[in-house]
Design a protein around this ligand. Structure first.
Ligand SMILES: Cc1cc2nc3c(=O)[nH]c(=O)nc-3n(C[C@H](O)[C@H](O)[C@H](O)COP(=O)(O)O)c2cc1C
Length: 299
């Protein structure tokens, strides 16, 4: 495949409109995935309610909404509303490993029962108006599950299969199974996207003929220029890191969202000298104004 597509990973509780707008201004990311919304058959939102969810997001953001669901009817209903609202592609979250999601048989839990997974896809795909993108884990408990998961998706034609190369049991820690990914992902008849711990441009070096691109999450907070760097594009006329991080910081300070700021700064700090020291200092602050002043003083 030609030039790789670079996607910003969905991150609930970390990334929303201010970060999306800022990274779209930097460039290098072809698509930005929104954190998941629940698609539940008992509560399909009205189109105007769904549209409001994305109201703060700039038109320059090429947004892909994501749905969490274990119900084909609910997924189709909500995805089709999103398509009517102008989104050509919708992502199905089959990778979330969080206990309260998995215990309701959603997210990565769908990878545990491949017969049910096949039934779900079969029931949804023919009725979907938008293109279908699916985000999975390399397995629920082990990467050995990966080849069989690919075989299920090979029975369908989808836009892409995004693979976070950790198992659901690993959650977000430990090493991604990059080698196991490379060994089996080539068998996918659908285009594949690699996800997991890409923090530098030279780590985006997987050569598989069906590799469509890379999805980057935490690495893009610490380095919002990573998309440009992977593509070999200059970062001359784009906001500096100081502008990028302070603009987002001010936005949350104005809303007193200190917890969010502390989460974001876990990653922003990595772009500066002595990240652990900076992070420890910011963690102690309990006042938004002070937080903003301290951030200004870091640059
Ligand atoms: C705080 C947090 C929230 C996340 N929320 C979502 C989500 O809403 N949907 C999803 O598919 N993945 C979610 N993820 C997983 C990321 O999209 C991504 O797969 C993961 O962070 C690995 O990529 P990275 O190593 O580049 O960060 C989340 C991850 C984190 C750390």
């Amino acid at each position: 495949m030609a030039e790789k597509v670079i996607q910003l990973a969905p991150m609930l509780g970390l990334i929303d409109a201010p970060f999306m707008n800022a990274i779209a201004e930097v460039g290098g990311f072809d698509e930005i995935f929104a954190p998941y919304m629940l698609a539940d058959e008992r509560s399909i939102p009205k189109p105007q309610v769904l549209a409001r969810r994305f109201s703060g997001i700039s038109k320059s953001v090429n947004l892909v909404p994501q749905l969490l669901s274990n119900n084909a009817d609910a997924f189709v209903a909500m995805a089709n509303i999103l398509n009517d609202l102008g989104y050509p592609k919708v992502n199905w979250n089959m990778g979330c490993p969080i206990k309260f999601v998995v215990s309701k048989n959603r997210g990565a839990a769908l990878l545990r029962d491949l017969e049910n997974l096949e039934r779900l896809l079969d029931s949804a795909i023919g009725r979907l108006k938008p293109e279908l993108s699916v985000k999975i884990r390399i397995g629920f408990s082990s990467p050995d599950e990966f080849p069989a998961i690919i075989e299920i998706f090979n029975k369908f034609k989808i836009n892409e299969l995004i693979i976070h190369a950790r198992t659901a049991e690993q959650q977000y820690g430990g090493e991604p199974y990059r080698q196991a990914f490379i060994e089996s992902a080539g068998n996918s008849l659908n285009p594949i996207v690699y996800n997991g711990d890409i923090t530098r441009a030279d780590e985006a070096d997987i050569s598989l003929p069906n590799l469509k691109g890379y999805m980057i999450g935490r690495g893009a907070i610490a380095n919002p220029y990573i998309g440009l760097q992977i593509k070999g594009l200059p970062a001359d006329n784009v906001p500096t890191f100081k502008q990028f991080a302070t603009e987002i910081t001010h936005w949350y300070c104005a809303r007193n969202s200190l917890n969010r700021l502390k989460e974001l700064w876990k990653y922003f700090a990595k772009a500066l000298d002595k990240p652990d020291e900076i992070f420890a200092k910011l963690q102690k602050i309990n006042d938004s104004e002070k937080f903003c002043e301290t951030v200004e003083s870091l640059f």
